[in-house]
Every structure is written in structure tokens, then in C-alpha cells.
Design a protein around this ligand. Structure first.
Ligand code: EPU
Length: 438
């Protein structure tokens, strides 16, 4: 398993370009299963989860061509397998996004039930209850979810009220409803920009989806969908991570190819804390890290609130802000795994259940630390950039799942970071099994 070595203390200066959003690319790739025609997706990030999703599509019989590194042409004309096996689901929970499209087009789907993970129990009960509302019969068989449409093979439009806002749940139901008989209404739907991006792709394929981006989404089912071409939106979490990288190192970064309006809550919060942020144009932000940052409390919420996916990185920043900040995590029940690693670097953090208090300013010192999930890894990188001395981050495969070449992007703006590749000839005792991941 690779590690990162970071020597902290250098202000980052220069320009960084943002990649496509992984959490939009994953459902858009799954949506290609809804049609026998070719779906071309541009601006896919070059990250591990996209490679896993491609493998899933190929395993079930789709062909995926890659005319350019960030473009996939997906043709699901000859699907032979209607399932996502445990081997894939256990490494990437987003494999459950195969359920909606398979069920909608073929009337049957089997997906291994994902277990809990590093950030919480993460059930998919709301997805399954939603499919039942569309007329599917859903059973649990030997750890697998087996879903079947009514006898004619087609789902029925229905009303789905989500008891809790769920991003992939909304996406799964939205995809399932595109080919159902009649109208489906999703209430308390997720409003993340990635939902609107998926709806845009579906509509290009011939679907009739209205209201995506709001909490009520209406879908008029159609008999068939066709091919389409679509460019994935920029990654707002990578954008936020680089904003904080500029702020925490007291640097000056220009962040291009992003969509500032997708990060409004984060930007407002960072301005509150004293970070100077300017929107240079609709796709470029500049960030200047002030010497004096002030502690500011935050509570994570579904979009348009402060994203849970930025909570760990914000906590790293708060160790460098004067005063005490309280961070409340409301989306996942166990998303403070990074606190103990930050503490090892000298951070003064007290966490209890869903609440953490951070006392700043603390001088962080480099230490060996272990990444526990994707965003926790990002917070350790940020802490390493500002810490005195050397930080070694173990298990960076977590970060490779969702950040495209983060070390190369950081190095290009002045960070002292390198990847230490584990030798393929290392004795077995030195290699640990990768933990189950998010
Ligand atoms: N939940 C249920 N039942 C369900 C579905 C969700 O109780 O059937 C609960 C979850 O346990 C959680 C909350 O609802 O407490 C929200 O979960 P959600 O379903 O929205 O999360 P997700 O769709 O599994 C996506 C992103 C996550 C991101 C969350 C929240 C993808 C592939 N993943 O997960 O991204 O944190 O939404 O915004 O879209 C990441 O990128 O590091 C990451 C974990």
C-alpha cells in the first residue's frame, strides 16, 4: 500500500485545475445501463472508483471504450448478468447504483447488500422501500438484495417519500422511474448538484425528469431511452479541499475549472473564518490564506447546507484558527475517525458522539498517521501541509478512490509531498489487507 510523505510549512502558490465529480460520474455511468445505445461521458475523473464502476459495467456485459483518458463510451446493448457481486460492492458502495437501471430496463436485479463502513452503518432501506413503491418485489437472499418488477417486466410510477435525504437513494429511484409506466414523484429528494447533473444526462437520453435540484422531483416514464453525450460537472469536494489547502498554508491559489455556486455554503463559512475568497469568473476562484483565521462553528447538512464530505478538511483548518469551534456531524454517525489522527499531530480536539470541539491555534507537528476513509485522508494531507516536519500518511488508497493525482496537483503549486510506493517484493508481513471501504 502506498504512503504519502509530506514536509509541511510551505505556502501553496499557483493555479490548480479541478477534475470531474466522482459522485456525479458514478451514477451517470450506471445510467448507461438504461439504454442499448451508446452513452458518451466526458470529464470523468481518473480515480479508482471510476475504474471499479467501469469493471462492474464490463462484468455485466457492457462494453466501455476510452477514446481519451477522461472520456468513456459505454454501450450496454448486450447485458448478460443482472447483478453486482459482493466482490465489487464491498470495495465500493456506489455499486448499488446498478439496482435502479437494471430493474427498470430488465425487470430484475440482484445486488449484494452493502455492510457498514468506516463512516457509519449506511443502510439502503430507503432505496428498497422506494422500489417497492414502484411495484417491485424486493427480497433478501443470502446477503443479496433481489428485486423484480411486476409480471410485465415494467415498474409502475408511484409516490416516494424519503424519510431521510439520501443522495444515491434519490439517484437510484430517479433512474428506475425513467422507464416505469406513468408518473413518479420523489418527495424529500436530495438536492445535491450531482442529482441535477444526472437528471440532465437522463433527459438527454430521452427521459422526462423535472425538478431535479429541488426537493420534489417528477418523472414521467417513457418506453425506451436512447444514447447521449454528456460532460460531468466539476468536483465541488475537490474544489473545497484545494480552497482549504490554500487557506491552511496561508498561500495564494487560483482554482480553475470549478463551479463556485456548488460550494456556496462552504465559501460562506470560510469567509466567516477569515479566508479571502474571490470569484474571478464563473469557473475560477481565488483564495488567499489570511495569517489570522477565526474559529467558526459548523453543522453538516444535506445540500445546500455544509457538506459532510468537507467536514474532516474543515476540522484540519480549524486547528489553525484562533478560538474554539464546534463541529456537528448530522449526516453520518461515525465520521470523526480523523480526529484521533489529527490529535497525534498535536491538534486539540475533543469529540463525543456527533459533536467535536476544536481548540486553535495549535502548532501541528508531523507524525505517522493512518487514513481511514476518503475525506479523512484529505484532512490528514491538509494537516501535513501545515505541520512542522515530516508526516507519513499510510493507506492512501483511500484518497486514490476520489482525488485525481492529488500529490501531483499539490506539488505543482509548491507542496513538498511525494508518494512512497510499496515495493511489490516487500515481505508479506509488511503488507496489510485493505480495510473495507466507503
Ligand atoms: N440512509 C439511510 N437509509 C438509506 C440511505 C441512506 O438511513 O436507504 C442514511 C445514511 O446512513 C446516512 C444518510 O442517510 O446517514 C445520508 O446517506 P446518503 O444515502 O445520502 O449517502 P450515500 O448516497 O451513500 C453519497 C456520497 C457520499 C456522501 C453522501 C452524503 C456517493 C457515491 N456517495 O453517499 O460520498 O458523503 O452522499 O452527501 O454519491 C465520499 O465521497 O467520500 C462519500 C462518502
Amino acid at each position: 500500500m502506498d504512503k504519502f510523505r509530506i514536509i509541511g510549512g510551505l505556502p501553496l502558490k499557483g493555479r490548480v485545475s479541478i477534475s470531474g465529480a466522482k459522485i456525479s460520474a458514478l451514477p451517470c455511468m450506471a445510467a448507461a445501463v438504461l439504454t442499448p445505445e451508446t452513452v458518451t461521458l466526458h470529464n470523468l475523473p481518473y480515480v479508482r472508483d471510476i475504474i471499479t464502476q467501469r469493471r462492474l459495467l464490463e462484468d455485466i456485459g457492457a462494453t466501455v471504450l476510452t477514446p481519451e483518458l477522461r472520456t468513456h463510451k459505454i454501450a450496454a446493448a448486450h447485458i448478460e448478468l443482472f447483478e453486482a457481486p459482493y466482490e465489487l460492492v464491498k470495495t465500493m458502495r456506489a455499486s448499488v447504483l446498478a439496482l435502479g437501471p437494471l430493474l427498470a430496463r430488465f425487470g430484475k436485479a440482484k445486488v449484494s447488500l452493502p455492510g457498514g463502513c468506516a463512516i457509519g452503518t449506511r443502510p439502503i432501506d430507503l432505496h428498497l422501500a422506494g422500489f417497492e413503491k414502484l411495484g417491485a418485489e424486493v427480497r433478501l437472499e443470502a446477503g443479496n438484495v433481489v428485486a423484480r418488477a411486476p409480471k410485465d417486466g415494467r415498474l409502475r410510477g408511484g409516490e416516494v417519500h424519503f424519510g431521510k435525504v439520501t443522495v444515491t437513494g434519490t439517484e437510484n429511484l430517479m433512474m428506475a422511474a425513467t422507464l416505469a409506466w406513468g408518473r413518479t414523484t420523489l418527495y424529500n429528494a436530495a438536492r445535491e448538484p450531482e442529482i441535477a447533473d444526472l437528471a440532465e444526462l437522463l433527459n438527454k437520453m430521452g427521459a422526462r425528469v423535472r425538478g431535479a435540484g429541488s426537493s420534489t422531483i417528477q418523472i414521467e416514464g417513457v418506453a425506451a431511452l436512447g444514447g447521449a453525450e454528456h460532460t460531468i460537472i466539476p468536483d465541488r469536494i475537490e474544489t473545497g479541499t484545494f480552497i482549504i489547502a490554500g487557506a491552511i498554508t496561508r498561500g495564494e491559489l487560483e482554482i480553475k475549472d470549478c463551479r463556485p455556486e456548488h460550494s456556496a455554503a462552504l465559501i460562506a463559512k470560510l469567509r466567516d473564518a477569515g479566508v479571502e475568497l474571490q470569484e474571478l469568473n464563473p469557473s475560477t476562484l481565488s483564495v488567499v490564506g489570511n495569517l489570522k483565521l477565526t474559529a467558526s462553528d459548523v453543522t453538516t447538512e444535506p445540500h445546500p447546507g455544509f457538506p459532510t464530505d468537507m467536514q474532516a478538511q474543515y476540522m484540519a483548518l480549524m486547528t489553525q484558527a484562533g478560538g474554539q469551534s464546534t463541529i456537528i456531524e448530522t449526516v453520518f454517525e461515525n465520521r470523526f475517525m480523523h480526529t484521533s489522527e489529527l490529535q497525534r499531530m498535536g491538534a486539540r480536539i475533543h469529540s463525543d458522539g456527533s459533536r467535536a470541539t476544536v481548540q486553535g491555534v495549535t502548532k501541528l507537528t508531523g507524525a505517522p498517521v493512518i487514513a481511514s476513509d476518503l475525506r479523512a485522508s484529505a484532512s490528514l494531507v491538509l494537516a501535513g501541509l501545515v505541520a512542522e516536519g515530516e508526516t507519513i500518511i499510510d493507506r492512501v488508497y483511500h484518497i486514490d478512490r476520489g482525488y485525481e493525482k492529488i500529490e501531483a496537483k499539490l506539488r505543482a503549486v509548491g507542496a513538498n509531498i511525494e508518494r512512497i510506493r510499496e515495493s511489490v517484493t516487500a515481505p508479506l508481513s509488511q503488507t496489510a489487507e485493505p480495510a473495507a471501504i466507503v
